[in-house]
Design a protein around this ligand. Structure first.
Ligand code: MG
Length: 395
């Protein structure tokens, strides 16, 4: 089998808000077409126009090529070998960051092709099932007009998620740092107040995660928060310090009674090697696209297993990324939860409309994906509409 074409789609939710911090408002989707008529799809999470440039750029020499031209003509049925070729062939621009994120979309599409060619879901290509059902967690999104409204909205979402059957929720509690929503700043005690209100509302049974989105500029601030959260039985505290403050993470992890999670922005297993070697985290959070695709995500899962760490991947995009996370969760026993926003509960039109997917949430769990490949199809009318919206702002 040979790859004959790579099509890159930049998509935008027409109702996007440039002041929002949600990366679910736009996306880049690839279709990798083969000479046998099988088309694989993939997605990744970065500036969609930059991703397209990484894929479509022409080359003038051998160590700095575009991903598309490296892939066309090659056999899609050996994704690990293709990953290595793309990684080396783009090394001067790539190795980390945007180019690896873009490579991830293509690599996911290659596994989709492999699954479709074999007539099995992707996870069956990687090993035995680690579980009979998948346990999703619900991400709660705040209303930010005031602190009272913030707390109320998180409590309402938490109760709604519990009533729908969710066994785990993650609440955003961000009042300082780069992610502060619409300027709603506040003291660090607000984080604990939000988490306490949600804990009280949902009860002791649900797993409760807290995401502060890089809020703290010192280990002392983060440690004080982690101490207070321990009394609320918080499953993990996500990204308390800036992503590159590895000394800070290592010290915080030594001091914190609450498990620390990080990794959503990292690319390649090499960056996770460093994070883990330096003792920075209890929970690693690869985003399957950004880390470089399934090949790299599986390496990160293996790294976590060897070091007795948990994996809870980041997946805040469309049904393609959700399907990818579900495939991975099927074979990773130390992945207790995975991020899952039911389409009917979310605001992003891309999440709601782009894909026809098979995952049905019932009694707090999802059944194993059984369709060939990733198990999702693109809704082509929606694809065209979102592509048009992206063209409208970029020409
Ligand atoms: Mg996060």
């Amino acid at each position: 089998m040979k790859v004959v074409d790579v099509r890159t789609h930049v998509l935008l939710d027409p109702g996007f808000d440039p002041d929002a911090t949600s990366s679910a408002q736009d996306t880049v989707v690839v279709e990798v077409e083969t000479d046998e008529g099988i088309v694989g799809i993939g997605e990744t999470d970065l500036n969609a126009w930059i991703a397209r440039a990484c894929i479509e750029a022409p080359a003038t020499h051998t160590m700095d090529r575009g991903l598309r031209e490296l892939l066309v003509g090659r056999d899609p049925l050996d994704p690990r070998a293709r990953w290595q070729e793309l990684y080396v062939g783009t090394a001067m621009t790539g190795r980390r960051g945007a180019l690896i994120h873009a490579l991830g979309a293509l690599e996911i599409a290659l596994w989709d092709i492999c699954g479709k060619a074999a007539g099995v879901p992707c996870w069956r290509l990687w090993g035995e099932p680690a579980r009979e059902t998948l346990t999703p967690y619900a991400s709660l999104q705040p209303e930010v007009s005031s602190f009272d409204a913030y707390v109320r909205s998180m409590v309402d979402w938490g109760v709604r998620a519990r009533d729908l059957g969710f066994r785990a929720v993650k609440c955003e509690a961000t009042f300082s740092g780069p992610y502060v929503h619409k300027g709603l700043r506040g003291p660090d005690e607000n984080v604990v107040e939000v988490a306490a209100a949600v804990r009280e509302a949902v009860g002791p049974e649900l797993a409760l995660m807290v995401d502060v989105q890089y809020a703290f500029d010192t280990v002392d601030r983060a440690a004080a928060c982690a101490d207070a959260l321990a009394e609320l039985d918080v499953f993990f505290l996500e990204t308390p310090l800036w992503v590159d403050d590895l000394d800070g993470y290592a010290e915080l992890r030594r001091r914190s009674p609450t498990p620390i999670a990080q990794g959503e922005w990292l690319s390649t297993h090499f960056e996770f090697d460093t994070l883990v070697e330096r003792g920075c985290v209890d929970v690693v959070q690869p985003d399957i696209g950004r880390v470089g695709g399934f090949t790299e995500a599986l390496r990160v899962c293996e790294l976590a297993r060897r070091n007795d760490l948990l994996v809870v991947p980041h997946a805040w995009k469309t049904g393609i990324s959700v399907a990818a996370a579900a495939q991975l969760a099927m074979v990773v026993p130390h992945m207790p939860f995975f991020e899952f926003l039911p389409a009917e509960l979310c605001e992003s039109r891309l999440r709601k409309e782009l894909t026809l997917d098979e995952l049905v949430f019932e009694d707090g769990v999802l059944r194993p994906p059984e369709r060939p490949g990733l198990g999702v199809e693109l809704h082509l009318d929606a694809l065209a509409r979102f592509e048009e919206a992206a063209r409208a702002i970029s020409g």
